[in-house]
Design a binder for this molecule. Structure first.
Ligand SMILES: [Zn+2]
Length: 542
């Protein structure tokens, strides 16, 4: 692959039946192997790009006696004859009644394949045709791309983190994503002072972290402009040398009025940075152009941003990104368009500065608890109160120690939720303390809100109660073991609503608390653990 910047992935894992070859139920006959259209060429593109390939397949026909192991190997030899060699075959021979750790949706085959290929699940992408494939990928912390067939259920399509029309389409998307985070024209020398901007809330700052680290790797000095709601997260980001906190009336919510004198002061403050260039990070619904104008007035000579709107002379690099790209990769792709890439060895995941984390409050107790964070500044993204209470009751009955967290304005909520059998830390954690509490957890149960990204940065598995108001593939926890719960096809889907448009918030309130218990088991988080079971090495940097 292109040597500039580390690749997003080392390996592609492929489901067998319905993804690589036509699904002939319990096939033990090599003569019946039929590759899907374009499969050979698509796989060869991956091989040519240096990606290793493994098949991850449930073959319960073995347990049920429908074919022998010898017949299965003959089928696999025929598949390799038609589609080329695979670097590993990960096979689950069990059926549902065996309760094994490898049958998808369990993540065992993904772990096995990653190990056999000498990599980690977070550096793998799994292509499959049903929900079980996607669940296994997410539970291992891998990326999932669904290639639906006529038998794929609509809810499986709705839940998938990404959907491609077919295998060649999925392969094209993998290669496109990988190219997008590498500079077309790598820098020859270091940039001087680069002003990076990301307004909005803590979670937005955290998902922009990889993009900021890429800039920092190629700059002498990085000055970050953020808003008041993102300040605490900005303090935890590696690569930032100085922070300017300033609310922007076209981004922050609630938006402050535009004060002409305030805007003039901001221009003066930006000019004092004497930046050689600026990289303005935004979400897809935010415009970088008002800030670009102020940066121009402050004399910044070179400005890069993502803008579908015509930027006139406000931008030197006008970058475009297709919808649905994970936010961290969106930020990395803007950095790449500006000529910056992560250095070799820096994983493209979220990270925090370990040296800035305070100790966890002693009240949290020994590590290994499960954190439930029910609140959110955005109503639709919170865990409904009733559900949160029932989750605490069910988890504590199953032997889990539950720690309930929330901001200073959520004390009443957390007290009521924790009364069902958890420990209440509501209002007792700033963002740093919250990170320290989450870092010692076996898992975090949370809506689509900032703490989910803290967990991703700390390598702590997430049970994500994800309202489908925004795309899961874009805003879901990035590169960390995750189970997604909630009705992904609910009427609020893609509405970006901040208040639930459907009475009763059915996308989340209909979740059965027992599903959270199942999710924790799928993630391998034991009850009453004294140590967090799953850790991602290198999730925290010093
Ligand atoms: Zn198995």
């Amino acid at each position: 692959m292109n040597p500039s910047g580390p690749a997003l992935y080392d390996a592609v894992l492929l489901d067998r039946d319905g993804t690589l070859v036509e699904d002939v139920p319990y096939n033990g006959d090599p003569e019946k192997v039929g590759p899907l259209p374009g499969a050979r060429e698509a796989l060869d593109r991956l091989r040519a790009a240096g990606l290793r390939l493994a098949v991850v397949t449930n073959q319960s026909g073995l347990a049920r006696g429908y074919f022998t192991e010898r017949e299965m190997h003959a089928v696999h030899a025929r598949i390799e004859e038609l589609l080329g060699p695979f670097d590993h075959w990960a096979i689950c021979p069990h059926d549902d009644t065996d309760g094994c750790a490898c049958r998808k949706p369990a993540p065992g085959l993904v772990h096995e394949a990653a190990r056999a290929l000498g990599t980690a699940p977070r550096r793998c992408v799994l292509i499959g045709d049903i929900g079980r494939d996607m669940a296994a990928a997410l539970a291992a912390g891998a990326t999932g791309i669904l290639v639906p067939t006529p038998v794929t259920r609509p809810e499986e399509v709705a839940e998938a983190p990404a959907v491609a029309r077919d295998l060649p389409g999925a392969v094209a998307e993998i290669l496109r994503r990988d190219r997008a985070v590498r500079p077309v024209v790598p820098r020859t020398g270091r940039a001087g002072t680069v002003l990076v901007a990301r307004s909005d809330a803590a979670g937005d700052l955290l998902v922009t972290g990889p993009g900021i680290r890429a800039v920092a790797a190629g700059a002498e000095r990085v000055v970050l402009l953020c808003g008041p709601r993102g300040r605490a997260a900005a303090e935890l980001l590696p690569g930032v040398d100085e922070i300017i906190e300033w609310p922007l009336p076209w981004i922050d919510a609630p938006a402050p009025p535009v004060d002409p004198a305030g805007m003039r002061s901001l221009v003066d403050r930006l000019a004092a940075v004497r930046a050689d260039e600026a990289v303005v990070f935004t979400s897809f619904h935010q415009s970088p152009l008002p800030l670009a104008l102020l940066l121009r007035m402050a004399g910044v000579p070179h400005i890069s941003a993502i803008s579908d709107d015509y930027p006139g002379s406000l931008l030197d690099v006008r970058h475009r990104v297709p919808v649905g790209v994970p936010e961290p990769e969106r930020a990395l792709s803007l950095a790449a368009a500006a000529g910056f890439a992560l250095p070799a060895g820096d994983e493209p995941g979220l990270r925090l500065r370990a040296d800035r984390l305070p100790p966890a409050p002693a009240a949290a107790g020994e590590p290994g608890y499960v954190v439930l964070h029910p609140g959110s500044s955005v109503e639709t993204r919170a865990c409904p109160f009733e559900l949160a209470t029932r989750i605490v009751r069910v988890l504590s009955a199953a032997g889990y120690r539950v720690v309930v967290t929330g901001g200073p304005d959520e004390r009443e909520l957390t007290a009521q939720v924790a009364a069902a059998g958890g420990l209440d830390l509501g209002g007792r954690t700033g963002l740093g303390e919250l990170a320290a509490v989450v870092a010692r957890a076996g898992a975090l149960v949370v809506g689509n809100t900032g703490p989910a990204h803290l967990a991703a940065a700390l390598g702590v598995p997430v049970v994500s109660l994800f309202a489908p108001t925004v795309p899961f593939g874009q805003w879901g926890p990035y590169r960390v073991p995750t189970v997604r719960l909630g009705d992904a096809g609910a009427a609020c889907r893609d509405t970006r609503a901040v208040r639930c448009p459907v009475p009763g918030h059915p996308c989340l309130s209909a979740v059965e608390p027992g599903r959270v218990l199942e999710a924790l088991r799928l993630l391998g988080v034991p009850a009453d653990a004294s140590e967090p079971l799953v850790t991602v090495p290198g999730g925290v940097v010093g």
